[in-house]
Design a protein around this ligand. Structure first.
Ligand code: HEC
Ligand code: HEC
Length: 204
């Protein structure tokens, strides 16, 4: 890559470097924090807080959840072109090292209450209560063990992944998520994504 590339060129260069760095992941002498910075941040954002459309924040995800997802990507049981390519060359110890690092990153901050639509928050909260999401994801939606953190995740990513669970395109490690969303309307999923991306500080 020539010097002084454009933003887009730089992103391509990041991905290119990321893929190459990861082929021999196990023999890298870089620390996991350096590898995360070099390989993952170009998409998942600084400190694992994403500013990229449809790309989840990783910061604060329970490490067991993260390792399970990396495993699913590597084994082709969760499909996404970028992530399948990333995970393909990783050894088990790479999966664990990245996941331990992810689990220690401070989670994204709750957004301010200004401008939130109280009605949408209430509708989202009601659905989340009716479907007992907190019974697995925790009262503050911070997740734990193999269950994902949802609080303050990007809204666009939440909506996409909920839609994919509901249609069966995304299969979890278990069928818990596919079953739990049965019967919720498309608008309902939108309200849930809105609520969770603004939770937990923003109570309706
Ligand atoms: C080219 C962009 C890109 C790069 C580089 C990248 N990711 Fe991802 N990652 C994504 C996208 C997009 C998703 C969401 C996939 C989906 O919708 O199923 C994702 C999902 C994930 C998930 C699942 C998160 C969740 O909430 O379920 C983990 C864990 C993850 N990535 C870890 C990593 C790690 C570790 C690296 C570096 C080794 C990395 N990613 C590099 C784009 C990227
Ligand atoms: C029976 C336990 C259980 C219940 C109830 C449950 N979940 Fe989950 N959820 C899980 C598990 C386990 C995962 C990880 C899926 C996997 O195995 O890949 C998950 C994953 C997710 C994800 C993906 C997060 C990410 O970063 O990709 C979202 C979003 C989600 N759940 C939302 C919800 C919502 C909204 C509700 C209520 C309507 C709900 N969950 C109810 C167990 C549950």
């Amino acid at each position: 890559m020539p010097r002084g590339t454009t933003g887009l060129g730089q992103r391509a260069a990041h991905l290119w470097a990321a893929l190459w760095l990861c082929v021999p992941c196990g023999v890298s002498s870089q620390s996991v924090a350096e590898r995360f910075q070099a390989t993952c941040q170009s998409c998942h954002g600084e400190g694992g807080v994403s500013a990229m459309a449809l790309t989840p924040s990783l910061a604060g995800q329970p490490s067991f959840y993260a390792v399970t997802q990396l495993f699913l990507f590597r084994e082709g049981r969760r499909s996404n072109a970028a992530m399948s390519a990333m995970a393909k060359g990783m050894s088990d110890s790479d999966l664990r090292a990245f996941s331990d690092h992810i689990g220690k990153l401070p989670p994204p901050a709750a957004p301010t209450l200004d401008g939130l639509l109280a009605q949408r928050m209430r509708r989202g909260a009601t659905l989340v209560q009716e479907h007992r999401c907190a019974s697995c994801h925790g009262d503050d939606f911070s997740g734990g063990k193999q269950v994902a953190r949802l609080a303050n995740q990007r809204e666009d990513y939440l909506l996409q992944t909920l839609t994919e669970f509901q249609s069966g395109k995304r299969l979890g490690y278990t069928t818990a998520m596919n079953e739990t969303l049965v019967g919720i309307s498309a608008e309902g999923l939108q309200d849930i994504a809105y609520y969770l991306s603004n939770a937990p500080r923003a109570k309706p």
